[in-house]
Write a protein that binds this ligand. Structure first.
Ligand code: APR
Length: 238
């Protein structure tokens, strides 16, 4: 399929999911051997799961945090930095990923809508800490201010994703929407593409397998983000 052209008058919104980090060595969620293989979603990714077994939940996210420190951004992340450098304020990258790899690659205009592995906050006083500030040797690290339990800064199922107002404001002016490496299963993120398209945006998809919301994609490129994106970025800018 021919790569659509974009130019400086466009506003570009990009939504990424676990697929863009796959080539960095982080497993996606919905693979048969995915990260949650040994854990039910309810146990490790809901407020109720945390209430029931905070030690297990902390163990799970500590492992993921340490893993994220060992991997590096890949060519897909880097291609999106290149796009941002060209589009500057006409660009917003919204990621569902919590691994911090976009920021480490150099992306600046990023919203981590599902939170981040790099921080945690107090369940009582809400004070926020970087993971390196707290005592991760403890099964449930305590708040340094009030000593109540900290929790990972992850948006769990049933919780409100971060910075939704900013995302909706950007969706209003989006003329080109790209969805990359996400199965289109989890809302509200899976619905952004429909909203952008309804307002007249052109939509582009880059994914290994056809996503659930593929009916909203005008230009679909099947394959690995790290293979497709560098070439696409070169060719799409007018
Ligand atoms: N390049 C592009 N796409 C890829 C690649 C790759 N190298 N590898 C895998 N994919 C695709 C898969 O085909 C799949 O469609 O990435 C998608 C990953 O889907 P999921 O594992 O469902 O991850 P994601 O869509 O990010 O999940 C959304 O669900 O579990 C919650 O909060 C969690 O943020 C997460 C959200």
């Amino acid at each position: 399929m021919k790569i659509p052209k974009i130019n400086q008058r466009d506003f570009l919104m990009i939504l990424t999911g676990a697929g863009i980090s796959a080539e960095s060595g982080i497993k996606t969620f919905r693979d048969s051997d995915g990260l949650w293989e040994n854990h039910r979603v309810e146990d490790v990714a809901t407020p109720e799961g945390f209430k029931q077994n905070p030690k297990l939940v902390w163990k799970f996210y500590k492992e993921r945090y340490f893993q994220s420190l060992e991997v590096n951004p890949n060519l897909g992340h880097e291609a999106l930095v290149e796009l941002e450098n060209r589009f500057k304020d006409n660009f917003l990258l919204v990621t569902q990923n919590v691994d911090g790899l976009h920021t480490r690659a150099g992306s600046k205009r990023v919203i981590e809508m599902h939170g981040t592995l790099n921080t945690c906050f107090c369940t009582k006083c809400k004070k926020k800490y970087t993971m390196s500030e707290v005592d991760l040797e403890q099964e449930i690290p305590p708040c340094l201010a009030c000593e109540k339990p900290l929790r990972p800064d992850i948006v769990w199922f049933g919780e409100m994703p971060y910075q939704m107002d900013e995302i909706y404001a950007a969706l209003d002016k989006t003329t080109v929407f790209m969805t990359i490496g996400t199965s289109g299963n989890v809302y509200p993120a899976a619905y952004f593409i429909a909203q952008a398209r309804q307002r007249g945006a052109r939509t582009i998809g880059v994914n290994l397998a056809e996503p659930e919301n593929s009916s909203y994609i005008d230009f679909f490129f099947q394959g690995k983000a790290g293979d497709i994106l560098p070439k696409m970025v070169e060719e799409m800018i007018e």
